[in-house]
Design a protein around this ligand. Structure first.
Ligand code: PD2
Ligand code: ZN
Length: 296
């Protein structure tokens, strides 16, 4: 049996702040118990906030169900058409494999060799250390989970980018405008991307504002622009699945469902590059039109 209790906003925000700082959930429960909360209630409050973080959802409101079944992610089928070949404009893309959870498809011939080379040539002079939004402060910082160099193109910045973005929109059945600017990543020997999810965690104000502007991220398309010599594989550690980058191939995975939850099984990484270099273009797709944050 479950009961519904009042969940004071200040307690919820205090739990959120501690989880964001990396305090262990059990330590937060212990602290709440030492402040005269029942153990079951303390555990339910921490679980509710932690579950919202893990599933990329808004923090709970002022009512909390104690003793109910925990929320879990309900997977939905990928938006990508069935079959071994997908016609995208002029291009026939070949399906190499599909996965149910996270919903994913591995494709060959998504980009031509010439398109890969042109993307690299356009990005090369504009590379910088990869910057991300700091999960705690919300400011732009150098990504600590990534030791590659990167840059972003604006939406439709060149005819080539516009053509590729139209292809992505057709593959994913989402409007071009829902895509963030194409991100280019260049990994050199030793560079990696440590395990992370691409959807936005709701523990900081910058991410919550970004979700309010553009909706949550719901899918990622990784386009491999070059074969790798050793290492540099995209891995899903919870599945033990690894994709070896090959020029022109792409990996598309979705992690958002109709209930606004995100799939924690989409945790992924890029293993350290052992030799040569690696080039990847990433398109993150939102549930609504992507609105660029005003600098200020
Ligand atoms: O380069 C990759 O394989 C990779 C792995 C994980 C890229 C990203 N994440 C990303 O751009 O989000
Ligand atoms: Zn990623």
């Amino acid at each position: 049996m479950s009961i519904t209790v009042h969940f004071p906003a200040e307690v919820r925000d205090w739990i959120a702040a501690n989880l964001s700082r990396g305090v262990a959930p059990q330590a937060i429960v212990n602290e709440l118990v030492s402040r005269n909360n029942a153990t079951e209630l303390a555990a339910a409050m921490v679980e509710a906030v932690a579950s919202a973080f893990v599933h990329g959802m808004a923090l709970p409101g002022d009512k909390l169900e104690v003793g109910g079944a925990p929320l879990s992610y309900q997977p939905e089928p990928l938006r990508v058409p069935d079959g071994p070949l997908i016609q995208l404009g002029e291009r026939k893309v070949r399906v190499l494999s599909r996965l149910q959870r996270p919903a994913a498809v591995h494709l060959a011939n998504f980009l031509s060799a010439d398109e890969c080379e042109q993307l690299i040539a356009l990005a090369q002079p504009r590379l910088d250390r990869s910057a991300v939004v700091d999960p705690v402060t919300g400011r732009d910082v150098i990504a600590t989970h990534r030791s590659s160099h990167g840059m972003f193109f604006r939406l439709g910045e060149t005819p080539l980018i516009a053509r590729i973005e139209a292809r992505i929109a057709e593959l994913t059945a989402t409007p071009v405008e829902n895509g963030e600017g194409l991100q280019m990543l260049h990994y050199e020997e030793g560079a990696e991307s440590t395990p992370h999810v691409d959807y936005l965690m709701t523990g900081n104000a910058a991410n919550r504002e970004s979700i309010a502007r553009s909706g949550q991220r719901m899918g990622t398309l990784l386009m491999y622009l070059k074969d790798v010599e050793g290492g540099g594989e995209t891995v899903f550690p919870q599945l033990g699945w690894s994709i070896v980058p090959q020029r022109g191939h792409a990996l598309y995975f979705e992690y958002g469902n109709r209930y606004g939850m995100c799939d924690p099984s989409s945790l992924h990484a890029s293993t350290p590059l052992r030799s040569g270099d690696k080039w990847v273009a990433t398109k993150w797709i939102r549930t609504r039109r992507f609105v660029v944050r005003k600098q200020g």
